[in-house]
Ligand binder design. Structure first.
Ligand code: HEC
Ligand code: HEC
Length: 394
């Protein structure tokens, strides 16, 4: 059993998990707002859990409209999905589905796909977003959007057509740490999924591991735990949504008037197809930890993230801080550079991407350091193809 204590609280016919404030989310507890918000969450979740329609959910909204802040559509605006500050015990209470067993999506959630996905050992992934009706995405930092309070994004993992896990990141408040990170494990019949905050090894008898919620923060943040970007959301960004669909894209958000400062159009990484593929791969798979924000890992100081303003391959973070740059920490393993032009063997990025451990035997050489036990051959080939085009170190 878990080291955290969860009390099942039954309220108006629905069950909610209530974490003691001190343990909730590793110290990022919502604090004094939780009592009032928990009543909001009760009505929200019971509505979602009983298959309520969008309009009945809207009727129960109390706190969320005012909480949404950024550029709403007026004082009378009400969000369809109420805000809450506690992790619902079941996926069916999070608002993703109106009927979880039937996989009937709520009318206010929309699917999206990032241009450059994170490798998840071949798992099939689906992602859905709920953007509050009353808030806009603050795009004043185009590389690091602030999504409106009340935003929820889910990501589902399946293997061999079987759903194993659905994750959620919910922004419940305006603060830098006001995010819930949750993971739900599907039952064998795929009728619903239950909250798992301490991770599950080999979920459903597969090799898929559900990460501990503290691991989420190594990639999604927040500071001072390090890792991630201040936006917390990694695949719902200007660069990642710059593609021709399907689902929510940068252009659909512009058309729907959801961006505070809409850009003129899509952004693309600079360079040839080979350069774009490698830069995009490093951005999505490494740049969540290796970046130059306060929330990124500062040591070793390299930045694998792309910026929407990158127009020249040699000026990208990955080129400037990795290509022909000697490693500072990873020493004595036969490679000398983070990326060495013309030499896969001298490129520690290649070596570390080729290394994997298992649950029983973790491998400290592997990159990313966790959440993968299978080498991404396509990603490795994208890196190697780029290395072949780069000048050798002087
Ligand atoms: C190894 C790094 C890593 C870990 C660990 C990780 N994530 Fe992510 N996650 C990412 C990246 C990168 C993306 C965007 C690319 C994608 O979706 O393929 C993402 C996407 C998501 C999304 C879709 C919204 C978004 O940010 O684009 C959700 C929801 C999510 N993760 C939740 C979680 C939760 C909850 C945990 C912990 C249980 C977790 N993640 C653990 C790296 C990670
Ligand atoms: C979850 C966070 C995380 C992710 C994601 C991640 N790294 Fe790292 N990386 C670290 C940490 C922490 C260190 C320092 C400790 C170590 O070397 O193991 C590091 C160190 C390194 C180093 C050594 C740098 C030096 O100068 O010594 C290389 C090379 C590297 N990472 C490559 C990658 C690549 C390539 C990816 C993507 C495929 C990646 N990392 C993804 C956390 C991460």
């Amino acid at each position: 059993m878990s080291s955290r204590t969860w009390i099942a609280l039954t309220a108006i016919g629905a069950t909610f998990a209530v974490g003691p404030a001190a343990c909730s989310q590793g110290g990022d507890a919502p604090g004094p707002t939780s009592a009032s918000a928990s009543s909001a969450s009760s009505s929200a979740s019971s509505t979602a859990g009983t298959g309520g329609t969008a309009s009945s959910a809207s009727a129960s909204t109390g706190t969320s409209a005012s909480a949404s802040g950024t550029g709403g559509t007026g004082g009378s605006c009400k969000n369809l999905l109420p805000n809450e500050t506690l992790e619902p015990a079941m996926l069916s209470n999070t608002g993703l589905y109106t009927d979880t067993a039937k996989k009937a999506l709520a009318p206010y959630v929309k699917e999206f796909t990032p241009a450059f996905p994170l490798w998840s050992d071949g798992a099939e992934k689906h992602r859905w977003v709920y953007l509050p009706e009353c808030g806009n995405v603050d795009t004043s930092a185009m590389d690091d959007w602030q999504l409106p309070v009340g935003t929820r994004i889910w990501k589902e993992f399946s293997l061999g057509g079987k759903r194993l896990e659905t994750r959620m990141i919910h922004r419940y408040g305006p603060g830098a740490k006001d995010y819930l990170f949750t993971a739900y494990q599907w039952d064998a019949a795929e009728s619903d999924a239950a909250l798992q905050l301490n991770g599950v090894v080999n979920a459903g008898g597969t090799d898929h591991d559900i990460p501990d919620v503290d691991q989420c923060k190594h990639c999604h943040g927040p500071y001072p735990a390090k890792g991630g970007m201040p936006s917390r959301y990694l695949g719902f960004s200007a660069l990642q949504l710059s593609h021709a669909g399907p689902g929510v894209t940068l252009s659909s958000l512009i058309a729907d008037g959801k961006l505070s400062k809409p850009p003129a159009g899509d952004f693309t990484p600079p360079g040839t197809a080979v350069e774009k593929a490698a830069l995009g791969y490093l951005h999505a798979n490494c740049g969540n930890c290796h970046n130059d924000t306060n929330d990124g890992i500062l040591v070793p100081a390299f930045n694998a993230r792309l910026s929407v303003s990158d127009a020249d391959v040699t000026k990208t973070g990955a080129y400037a801080t990795m290509v022909n740059q000697k490693t500072t920490l990873f020493l004595g393993f036969g490679c000398n550079y983070r990326i060495a032009g013309q030499s896969v063997a001298d490129s520690c990025a290649h070596l570390r991407m080729s290394q994997r451990g298992t649950d029983a035997m973790p491998n400290t050489k592997q990159m990313p350091p966790f959440a993968s036990e299978v080498v991404d051959m396509t990603g490795l080939m994208a890196l190697d193809a780029w290395i072949a085009t780069l000048p050798a170190p002087m």
